[in-house]
Design a protein. Structure first.
Length: 204
């Protein structure tokens, strides 16, 4: 969720889903503009969504909206969450009820960096693996923010330019290419209905 706090104390929530965009003062109107917010200072915020999967709403509480933010959660809380579950680690990372802010692309990148197979069960991870995963989450997400996100297809920044993380990705959508870490060949499988990319040589 993207959260805007209103002067009334309420919150305006946006979820981009697959093709949603939030554009600030776009030059042209589009038939895919779903909502236009007119702000002070002659500023216009447009919610554009080609496939209409995105959503927005106003709420007076953020309670139970999602789990802890992936960039704010502490290691003790993270370890406690992950060790009481018995799920594939890829599915766990994507479940926003546990940890908020990790999407499909970054889950693949995080697991690649942490050298963890996407099908490994969460309750089988050793302490050093959990710590490595925790550090990878922070590093990959901070790098993605620094690069302005990932524009592999529809995503655009508010100024309608592309995010640059896609150009430096290590594993996502690199099926058949050599792994930058160990030289293995990147493979693609489907986990929980989501396309998943990994290196079978060092992610075991």
């Amino acid at each position: 969720w993207i959260v805007l706090k209103l002067s009334s104390g309420e919150y305006f929530l946006f979820h981009l889903m697959m093709t949603g965009k939030l554009l600030l003062n776009p030059k042209n109107e589009s038939k895919h503009d779903r909502l236009i917010l007119y702000l002070s200072g002659n500023t216009k915020l447009v919610f554009n969504d080609i496939r209409k999967f995105g959503k927005c709403r106003i709420t007076d509480s953020l309670k139970n909206l999602a789990g802890q933010d992936a960039l704010q959660i502490s290691f003790p809380d993270f370890k406690k969450l992950i060790t009481v579950k018995n799920r594939n680690i890829k599915i766990f990372l994507l479940d926003q009820k546990h940890i908020a802010g990790i999407g499909n692309i970054y889950a693949d990148e995080i697991l690649w960096e942490a050298s963890i197979h996407p099908l490994q069960k969460t309750n089988t991870l050793k302490h050093f693996e959990i710590l490595k995963l925790f550090k990878s989450i922070k590093r990959i997400l901070r790098l993605a923010i620094k690069k302005g996100g990932t524009s592999s297809r529809d995503y655009r920044k508010p100024d309608n330019t592309e995010g640059q993380y896609y150009k430096i990705r290590k594993v996502y959508q690199r099926t058949g290419e050599s792994c930058a870490k160990c030289g293995g060949i990147i493979q693609r499988i489907v986990v929980g209905g989501r396309s998943t990319h990994f290196c079978p040589k060092h992610q075991k």
